[in-house]
Design a binder for this molecule. Structure first.
Ligand SMILES: *Cc1c(COP(=O)(O)O)cnc(C)c1O
Length: 440
């Protein structure tokens, strides 16, 4: 072999982080699943609302009933009696827990891998968040849930994290057995199923988000589903101005059961128009991500030493995230840095390839308002409320949940855009192989 050829071979194997040639130069497409699919349909429905001069859902010049149609679509999709459009997933969580009457003296169990909105909804109602560890599904561990239930436990918030669910069937059974209310947070897994059953059809209530990072998006927006009429009517009053509305869309403060305090979180018809067009594409968006993700995962499975998040039902995965697990925290970081150098990274400002600890307010120990028990009011409420004295010793910092600590340190996350090409997929696999050959 000539000297030039030998040098070439050595160069080809040199990692980009060591000065070698990167696998790709172009950044990966920004994850934002629904955004890549926005177009004519969204424009047409939005235009109808605006041409009719009717952006408010309850009355107006010529209402187009976009929010009604979106709710109907979700009732059918999730197989629920009621659906309510709201203005965000964060609001949907607060409204749902409020509808259940959660407050001081109550604790709500939630996993330590979540989104900050999950915990703010609990604290803002005056209740206590009780952290439950995750398992290898990256969702709430049913075993740890059993350990953490106390006489103060009122409800469980199960968060279907990073595109799919974990042991939702077992958690549902535990909630029934123990008489706990169950709220599902489907914000990160809209369009996902478990053994053929749509996520959002297990709990007493379930919430969705249509924020820009979610599987379908109207920029902002959210939705609540449930089967119980009274719960729905409480949600309705809370999401609006505290009261029911009559057939003409006017407030009706006469019904004593629904004289509450509203949050002003109604869905605009413009939002609903975009969300409706996106909801009609949701299955296609999800199929694109799932197909890409599992094509990549099947190849990566062949790499010795690389582990993955456990996914109980791959057919029900909505696909926006691929989570890998490494032998040590050091390898997870170095591996991720090396992948980025190979061009497995997003455009500036996006999150495409991260080690898990970088995943911000998704981890309980990264939420300063929680670890420092912050309050909106000067008296420290709700942490100082006498009915919450039982929680004085509860912990929220690192070291509280062993599996969360471990997975944050040894895990890494790759976002799977809804518009990946075969070339993108192939280069992702090539970069993993190249880095693994040196590091695993
Ligand atoms: C995004 C998200 C929310 C909040 O949704 P917004 O519409 O941004 O308020 C709630 N829970 C989870 C798990 C999320 O990922």
């Amino acid at each position: 072999m000539s000297r030039a050829k030998t040098n070439n071979r050595q160069n080809a194997e040199l990692l980009a982080i060591e000065g070698g040639k990167p696998v790709r130069k172009q950044p990966l497409p920004w994850e934002l699943p629904g955004a890549h699919w926005m177009g004519e349909e969204e424009a047409r429905l939005t235009d109808r609302v605006l041409q009719a001069g009717s952006p408010f859902r309850f009355y107006g010049l010529k209402p187009q009933h976009m929010t009604d149609k979106l709710e109907e679509l979700f009732r059918k999709r999730i197989n629920r009696r009621y659906a309510l459009g709201v203005n965000s997933g964060t609001a949907a969580l607060s409204i749902s827990l409020g509808a259940l009457g959660i407050g001081p003296g109550d604790e709500v169990l939630l996993p330590g891998y979540f989104w900050v909105s999950c915990v703010s909804a609990i604290v803002r109602l005056g209740a206590i968040p009780k952290l439950v560890d995750i398992d290898d599904t990256f969702c709430m561990s049913p075993e740890d849930l059993r350990q953490k239930i106390t006489p103060h436990s009122r409800a469980v918030l199960f968060v279907h994290m990073s595109g799919c669910t974990g042991h939702i069937d077992q958690v549902t059974a535990i909630c029934r057995e123990k008489g706990l209310k169950l709220v599902e947070d489907v914000a990160q897994a809209n369009g996902a199923t478990f053994k053929g059953k749509p996520l959002g059809s297990f709990g007493d209530l379930a919430i969705f988000s249509f924020q820009l990072n979610k599987n379908m998006s109207s920029g902002e927006g959210g939705l609540i589903v449930c089967d119980d009429e009274h719960l729905y009517k409480r949600c309705f009053a809370i999401h609006d101005l505290g009261y029911a509305r009559n057939a003409a869309g006017r407030l009706d403060p006469t019904d004593e059961r629904y004289q509450l305090w509203g949050m002003g979180c109604r869905m605009s018809e413009v939002t609903a128009a975009v969300a409706l067009a996106q909801a009609r594409k949701l299955d296609r968006i999800v199929r694109a991500m799932r197909t890409s993700k599992w094509a990549i995962r099947r190849e990566l499975k062949k790499i010795p030493g690389l582990q993955f998040r456990r996914i109980l039902d791959p057919a029900g995965d909505s696909g926006p995230f691929l989570i890998t697990i490494y032998p040590s925290a050091d390898i997870a970081r170095r591996f991720t840095d090396a992948l980025r150098a190979e061009g497995i990274r997003g455009v500036p400002g996006s999150t495409a390839c991260l080690y898990m600890e970088e995943w911000g307010l998704h981890w309980h120990f990264n939420v300063p308002s929680l670890t420092h028990r912050r309050s909106l009011s000067s008296d420290g409420w709700p942490w100082t409320h006498p009915a919450n004295a039982f929680a004085a010793e509860y912990r929220y910092d690192r070291g509280t949940l062993p599996m969360c600590d471990d997975m944050a340190r040894r895990g890494a996350l790759l976002t799977i855009a809804s518009c990946l090409t075969a070339k993108d997929r192939q280069e992702i696999v090539q970069a993993f192989r190249k880095v693994a050959a040196k590091m695993l």
